[in-house]
Design a protein around this ligand. Structure first.
Ligand SMILES: [Zn+2]
Length: 242
């Protein structure tokens, strides 16, 4: 959940717009603190069903008639994700074998993505299409912008505009991620209830975990928008200086 935009070459420049970088960093830190504390609190609350994250995922997938998705164990902390290309649902150390309400919630959330994939949920498809463009944009935009700032005249403008357009693709990706994540969590809670995996008081606890996780995506999107704003202000200021 590291926000790559924080580590842009523009950290070197100290100007008033740097406040945007600081705000983005603070929001990101608060969100990640919130998800870590909420997850660890509900990691110690054992679900009455006694099911592990992996078992819950299996049951949910079967209940939706999804037979071709594999549930696998992946190392790391909060590294859980569903890979639509390989149809593999990866669950992390603290989720795969854990019987906590937090683990089951995360597992169900990943199932939510698998269901989105199965039903052809439009924002997920848009997001998947944007992945390569966003990755390329994120990697190449800052070097282009930096070169643009070092050059002069129309060549400089060309680099700056190309950089901004590519950076915007990365921002768009962050925005499209939001409905995908919120929808996966609401599907998860419904599926947990419908399949009788969690009792209603447990659902409330799981909802807290998933809401905290969603906050990190909101923080990422806000951070990306703030970076884009800063970029536009810096470029605007430079044009006035020309
Ligand atoms: Zn997700």
């Amino acid at each position: 959940m590291i926000n790559a935009y924080m580590y842009s070459p523009f950290m070197m420049y100290w100007d008033w717009t740097y406040i945007f970088v600081i705000i983005a960093a603070v929001i990101s830190a608060i969100a990640s603190m919130k998800v870590n504390t909420t997850f660890s609190r509900y990691s110690s609350v054992r679900a009455m069903s006694g099911m592990t994250g992996a078992e819950a995922a299996q049951r949910i997938l079967r209940s939706q008639g999804i037979m071709d998705v594999q549930v696998r164990h992946v190392s790391g902390n909060l590294t859980d994700h569903y890979d639509p290309r390989s149809k593999i649902l990866n669950l992390s150390d603290s989720v795969y074998g854990s019987t906590s309400v937090a683990a089951i919630g995360v597992a169900a959330h990943e199932c939510g993505h698998a269901v989105q994939h199965q039903v052809g949920y439009a924002p997920l498809n848009i997001r998947s299409t944007l992945v390569p463009i966003a990755n390329f944009g994120q990697t190449i935009s800052w070097p282009l912008i930096l070169i643009g700032f070092l050059l002069n005249g129309s060549v400089s403008q060309m680099f700056l505009y190309a950089g901004v357009i590519l950076f915007s693709a990365a921002v768009l990706f962050q925005l499209v991620t939001l409905p995908v994540e919120f929808n996966a969590s609401s599907r998860a809670l419904r599926l947990l209830q419908d399949n009788g995996i969690l009792a209603s008081d447990e659902i409330g606890k799981t909802r807290k975990v998933l809401s905290a996780a969603a906050l990190t995506y909101v923080a990422g999107a806000i951070g990306a928008i703030l970076q884009l704003l800063r970029l536009l202000i810096l470029i605007g200021g430079r044009r006035r200086d020309d």
